[in-house]
Design a protein around this ligand. Structure first.
Ligand code: URA
Length: 234
């Protein structure tokens, strides 16, 4: 799909949210479009080429083998035994991410739940089924997009990930985004959105805007699990 029509689809998704949830999502002037621009974290969002990455600033500090991975599959194999945080000891399977390795849209959730921990795939439980429907509503299948989480291992009892766990795990996501090079990010849930934006805000504040994440257009929406708990939000 061409970028302009995809952008239209994404805007349409924002409009659809408006119809569903009663709030207008408006495009903000993108900070990344001008020379010397920075994103909402104050980091450079200069266009990248083969030699540079939007995430260089973070990935340059990493000395582990996976940082040089040339493919998602290669990277997945390199990190499947990760024990960098205590969640490595309690998980069953590391949930790396699935979908189109060249996707224009990456959907980012919080962390695997029990079903994902058992299967090794993100968003396969009840929340995942609703996510599939949300994607279908904007004419995307799960195979069109790439789906990943901030945290790759299930926090016991599905608790919210600790700050330290996010800090340990998020470089993996930077590398995944670096390999995929999406045009859009759909952050589902407040935890995912705040972990990405690295600041405090409410869902109401975030849902009203189109955000800039390292030069990638980002929209924030409710987590499907929250929609399941609050069907009146649909
Ligand atoms: N919730 C998430 O945030 N991610 C999953 O993969 C499943 C449920």
């Amino acid at each position: 799909m061409k970028q302009h029509s995809l952008k239209k689809e994404f805007r349409q998704f924002a409009k659809q949210q408006d119809a569903l949830f009663g709030e207008v999502i408006q495009g903000k002037k993108r900070k990344g479009s001008a020379t010397g621009a920075s994103n909402e974290q104050g980091q450079s969002t200069q266009p990248t080429n083969a030699a540079t990455s939007r995430f260089d600033e973070h990935l340059a500090l990493v000395t582990e083998e996976w940082v040089n991975a040339q493919s998602l599959e290669g990277m997945k194999q390199m990190i499947s035994g990760c024990q960098k945080c205590p969640l490595g000891a309690t998980r069953n399977k590391l949930v790396f991410g699935t979908g189109n390795p060249n996707a224009d849209i990456v959907v980012i959730g919080e962390a695997p739940g029990a079903d994902e921990d058992a299967s090794g795939e993100p968003f396969v439980g009840a929340a995942g089924q609703l996510l599939t429907k949300v994607l279908a509503a904007i004419n995307f299948s799960r195979d069109d997009v790439y789906i990943a989480n901030i945290i790759k291992s299930r926090p016991p009892g599905n608790r919210t990930p600790e700050r330290s766990e996010v800090e340990q795990c998020i470089p993996y996501l930077y590398k995944q985004l670096d390999l995929i090079k999406p045009k859009f990010i759909l952050a589902v849930g407040l935890t995912a959105a705040l972990s990405l934006l690295n600041r405090k805000a409410t869902m109401k504040e975030l849902r009203g805007s189109v955000h800039d994440y390292f030069g990638i257009t980002m929209v924030v929406t409710y987590h499907p699990a929250a929609l399941l708990r609050n069907p009146q939000w649909k």
